[in-house]
Design a protein. Structure first.
Length: 631
């Protein structure tokens, strides 16, 4: 696991400034504190920071092929590299290390850009082809590992983190990206917060030479494959076998290894399988809150006790005015998923004990775990009501209190009823996931900000996923949209930054692409059973390995009590950051409208905690990177 960076003067052919690349690489020191390495070859320069996981003595990067014509820097883990190495050695390739990195560079010699199709794992890498004066860059299928880049004035600059690229390029805020952020809580690829700096999307490659740059997709879920014709019994058996294999290959490590354990079904299944595969107690790590309705520690403890784990717990408290600016710095652009905070803390505590941690990411997307899937299915039946009745019920819902987002039943019911009058399913989906919908943005945005952006950008983004998956059954169509949007752009970003900020490697067995392809071809009714049984197949497949309360407890999610904190310990912090003259002069928000939202939250009439968190993280990003920025 590493951080990578590089510069290529493809337009001018000028030699790379070595000091500039060293400075750029130093900005991602936390991603790889164990080692660094460089390759300078005329117009191209590659750099890396290494977190040593496999082949500790000889895993130094960059690594070349036999004659030194190809050089690679690599971030990630390739779980099938031993099989690839054996095939390559039969073809005459000579290896000098035991790393997965070297397998990629030899594979590229044989397969060219198609090498990525044979890789099983998480990765972002860059290969310098000195003979053809070309750089080839690739990112893994699900987007577990990040890659940011800029192409300006005949120069490619790339790095694992946006902050490093931005330090070497002209910066100008992309206001459309800020509008997407306020709607979605993240900025979707290929956009970033800056014009002319981009994220390489998941499952894409980028080839750059003297003729310019070409980005191409190389993978997608099997949209056109027929559903698997197997029984429920066969499906359970296959899920269990395939997931156990995905866990097993992710337990290979030359350094201490453990697992995040939230107390939900997904991480509990991973820990159960790790315990089955390990001869020693699995080290597990959980984070909770003093506010008991937000804490899952009792459930995590039950799983740890059942499997004899070596369990560690940590409580998050709202005394974090020093941590929040640090989070804004690490994310490099506005990012408003508040679970980034407990994710950072649990990664920090976990790193004190191990260097690699497995997690349960992907269970909701593979097996229909989110409550919005139930809501969207209910909307099918809701549509049988006459339109006037639906509108009347939605209007009546406005009188319901919403004081405890997101766990209150009334808050969830109100959100559902609002979504039912939103129009088609993409519009309903957006209504359920968005922070600031169009109505809220029109009220909050300044006239200048409204004029600078297209308010329908988030709706178009969600609708594109629905359109591409039009041939699937309803549940799998919903899953496809989340797998292509929320999963890579929010959850994968959160996991990568939270872990790498603490020099910890995270691994996600449920996001093994072969496992995902299998799950995607299963019928939707195996995932969401009836109107309330989420993750039915996953739970049934591992019923004997989990405590009963894990199987029957309601979905909670990784929610944190931000609404309460903004009325208590974080009240002054928010006011001083977001209502300062400097913040208000940025020109994004109507001051009276912003104060009204704040005051309504303070009064307890509505819970705006997640919206206020988004406004706060936008301001903290400005303070870290663009203190004088704004409209």
């Amino acid at each position: 696991m590493c951080g990578i960076s590089g510069i290529f003067n493809y337009g001018t052919g000028a030699a790379v400034d070595k000091d500039e690349l060293r400075r750029l690489n130093s900005l991602i020191l936390h991603r790889g504190p164990d080692d660094d390495g460089f390759c300078f070859d005329g117009p191209a320069g590659l750099a890396m920071r290494r977190l040593s996981i496999i082949d500790l003595p000889t895993g130094h990067q960059p690594i070349s092929n036999e004659d030194g014509s190809l050089w690679i820097v690599f971030n990630g883990e390739i779980y099938n590299f031993r099989e690839l190495r054996a095939e390559l050695e039969k073809k005459g390739h000579v290896f000098h290390t035991k790393t997965d990195t070297e397998a990629i560079v030899h594979l590229y010699e044989d397969e060219g850009k198609n090498c990525v199709k044979k890789l099983r794992g998480m990765f972002a890498f860059a290969i310098w082809d000195s003979r053809n004066k070309r750089i080839f860059i690739a990112r893994d299928r699900i987007g577990k590992k990040p890659l940011n880049y800029s192409l300006q004035n005949g120069r490619l600059v790339f790095a694992s983190e946006l902050r490093a690229v931005a330090a070497a390029c002209p910066r100008e805020i992309d206001f459309q990206s800020l509008d997407l952020y306020l709607a979605l809580q993240y900025i979707p690829s290929p956009r970033t917060v800056y014009k002319n700096i981009f994220k390489l999307p998941p499952a894409h490659t980028l080839t750059v030479d003297k003729n310019g740059a070409v980005s191409e997709p190389y993978w997608d879920l099997p949209l056109n494959a027929p559903p698997l014709d197997i029984s429920e019994s066969e499906a359970k058996s296959e899920v269990r076998r395939r997931l156990e294999e995905a866990v097993k290959i992710r337990m290979v490590s030359d350094v201490p290894l453990g697992a995040f354990l939230s107390g939900g079904v997904d991480s509990s299944v991973i820990v159960a399988l790790m315990s089955r595969l390990s001869a020693r107690p699995v080290k597990t790590f959980s984070v909770g809150f003093e506010e008991q309705e937000f804490s899952e520690l009792e459930y995590a403890r039950a799983v740890a006790n059942m499997h004899g784990c070596e369990h560690t717990e940590f409580i998050v408290k709202p005394e974090m005015s020093d941590v929040l600016p640090k989070l804004a710095w690490h994310y490099s652009e506005p990012y408003a998923d508040s679970s980034a905070l407990p994710s950072y803390y649990v990664a920090r505590e976990t790193r004190k004990h191990v260097t690699v941690a497995l997690n349960g990411d992907g269970g909701d997307e593979n097996f229909a775990g989110y409550l919005r899937y139930i809501a969207m299915r209910l909307a099918h039946y809701w549509d049988y009501l006459p339109a006037p009745a639906r509108k009347s019920l939605a209007a009546a819902a406005e009188i319901l209190p919403e004081k405890s987002a997101p766990l209150s039943i009334l808050w969830r019911a109100k959100r559902f009823l609002r979504s039912t009058v939103a129009g088609d399913f993409p519009a309903r989906h957006l209504k359920m996931v968005c922070y600031f919908d169009d109505e809220a943005k029109r009220a909050l945005y300044s006239p200048k900000f409204r004029a600078a952006v297209n308010l329908s950008g988030a709706a178009d983004y969600i609708a594109a996923g629905y359109e591409k998956a039009a041939g699937l059954d309803f549940i799998n169509r919903l899953l496809y949209v989340d797998i292509k949007t929320y999963l890579p752009e929010d959850l994968m970003v959160k996991m990568d930054i939270a872990t790498m900020a603490n020099s910890l490697e995270g691994r996600s067995p449920l996001l093994d692409h072969e496992f995902m392809e299998f799950c995607f071809r299963l019928r939707g009714d195996m995932k969401l059973r009836g109107l309330g049984k989420t993750k039915w197949l996953l739970k049934e497949s591992f019923r004997d390995m989990l405590p009963p309360q894990i199987l029957t407890r309601p979905k909670m999610g990784f929610a944190i009590p931000v609404g309460r904190w903004f009325r208590g310990e974080l009240k002054k912090f928010w006011e001083e950051a977001c209502l300062s003259r400097t913040a208000l002069r940025r020109g994004y928000f109507n001051e009276a409208a912003l104060r009204a939202v704040w005051e309504e939250h303070q009064s307890g009439r509505r819970d705006h905690g997640y919206r206020l968190w988004a406004v706060l993280m936008l301001e903290l990003w400005h303070q870290a990177f663009m203190p004088d920025g704004g409209l």
